[in-house]
Design a protein. Structure first.
Length: 465
């Protein structure tokens, strides 16, 4: 898509010529995220510094009917930030401030390009806690977390991003600016536009300010690594732990290949895995009373000992805890470094995890692909990495999509759905018919049209072709 000089001049006047880019190197840089090997360069890249500049840019795009894609940290795994119709790539990287931390009301106001871990550390210094912790928290941004409704390891106890968003400043596709709610814990005033925006993947509006609620910080945690001789039993143990009356702050599943590849990929991890072990659960409990945590850990130990397990490792020091979490958070990178892959983000009621895992392996055997599974087992969220390995290019292109469709059909049959935290974006949109009826999809498309009648904002995402 080519821009005429008048449009480029209008955009340059909004942000200044130093923040408008048309060179191919910059466009390529902003034309990819972490979704496989896709690259869709926008026609131009523009970097506003505040809400007013964002609104002015959006008005130009809407008036001229130019596709506009909001671009965050580009850590996404569903292609949500890819400029598949070229147009304007709107990088929000300069909106990167923590505007205020309200210690009295336990709230924080941030701009979208604040790194999630930076936010978590900033509020922790004041004795406060922001729970959502995606594996990419060291590089992903809060704005992207809100747009995709990101989760993380501690969602099992504390919930996902949507559970902490109180209010949003949003630039609508027309260029109008609204606040979606109120900075209150309860709000029954009109439609809930705040939660409509959360998880909308940049298709309904551009988030420029975010009001989040916080919690008091917990002072203690206990972390254990439980090796299982059967992966299916590791999945079975997840539901059993909850039925025993314990709600862990994290409960992560890693099958054998995920651990082996990660230990090879990350230097300095001193974790010995016996040959017969097929999966691990990484389990954390947290709180303010060590005696209660130890009682919960003992109850969990009693549950997992009913299965075929090896010796349980209790992390004794902060260094050991950090090493175990580094292992878990490095799995995706390790898999990516090992082979071309596709990552699916299935989620089912946690009691159905054993059936899901078994079904994924059966489908993989049918279509000739290997899979590496790991994820947030405590809330039923299983990441499925489909490995190309020695598959021919032809089978990778033709057979794998059939297998993915069957995996999603299985997931929905188990009362689950297509994505727990990565979003639909570009790569999952053609599977939406599995989860939704025609009525569902038409309703969502009409909602999109109400907000964005010219279809300029992040077009080509979520809805099937």
């Amino acid at each position: 898509m080519e821009f005429n000089s008048d449009i480029l001049r209008q955009l340059s006047q909004i942000v200044g010529e130093d923040y408008l880019f048309t060179d191919i190197a910059t466009r390529n840089h902003y034309g990819h995220d972490e979704t496989e090997d896709y690259v869709f360069p926008p026609s131009v890249v523009i970097k506003p510094v505040n809400t007013a500049e964002v609104a002015a840019i959006v008005k130009v795009a809407n008036q001229c009917k130019i596709p506009l894609t909001p671009i965050g940290a580009r850590t996404g795994l569903s292609g949500g930030a890819l400029s598949i119709h070229q147009g304007i790539g709107l990088s929000l990287e300069r909106l990167n401030k923590i505007l205020s931390i309200d210690e009295n009301n336990l709230q924080v106001i941030v701009e979208p390009a604040v790194i999630t871990q930076v936010l978590r550390e900033a509020v922790a210094e004041k004795g406060l806690f922001y729970p959502p912790d995606p594996s990419s928290q060291g590089s992903c941004w809060i704005g992207g977390n809100v747009a995709e409704n990101a989760g993380g390891a501690r969602a099992v106890k504390y919930g996902v991003t949507k559970d902490y968003v109180l209010n949003l400043e949003v630039v609508l596709p027309t260029g109008d600016v609204i606040w979606t709610g109120a900075n209150t814990l309860k709000n029954s005033t009109g439609y809930n536009l705040t939660q409509l925006m959360v998880g909308s993947e940049g298709t309904l509006g551009i988030i420029t300010k975010i009001v989040l609620k916080l919690l008091p910080k917990n002072n203690f945690n206990v972390l254990m690594l439980v090796p299982f001789y059967k992966a299916s039993q590791a999945c079975e143990a997840v539901s059993a732990i909850f039925r025993a009356g314990v709600v862990p702050s994290a409960l992560e599943f890693m099958e054998r290949d995920a651990i082996d590849w990660t230990l090879q990929f990350v230097e300095g991890l001193n974790v010995h895995v016996k040959e017969a072990v097929q999966a691990h659960l990484l389990i954390e409990v947290d709180g303010n009373y060590p005696e209660i945590l130890m009682a919960e850990a003992e109850k969990i130990l009693g549950v997992v000992e009913q299965f075929e397990i090896d010796e349980v490792l209790f992390a004794d020091t902060e260094d050991q805890k950090n090493a175990l979490w580094k292992m878990r958070r490095s799995v995706a990178e390790a898999v990516k470094s090992n082979s071309i892959y596709k990552e699916e983000d299935t989620v089912v009621p946690r009691y159905e995890l054993p059936k899901l895992l078994e079904g994924i392996k059966t489908i993989g055997a049918k279509y000739g692909f290997q899979s590496v599974c790991y994820g947030h087992a405590g809330d039923g969220n299983l990441h499925v990495n489909i490995i190309k390995g020695a598959m021919s290019d032809a089978n990778w292109q033709t057979e794998v999509p059939k297998g993915i469709r069957e995996i999603f059909e299985l997931t929905v049959s188990l009362k689950g759905t297509l994505s727990g935290e990565h979003g639909i974006g570009f790569v999952q949109k053609n599977y939406m018919d599995i989860a939704f009826t025609k009525v569902h999809l038409e309703l969502m498309e009409r909602m999109k049209h109400v907000f964005d009648p010219n279809n300029v904002l992040n077009p080509g995402k979520i809805f099937p072709d």
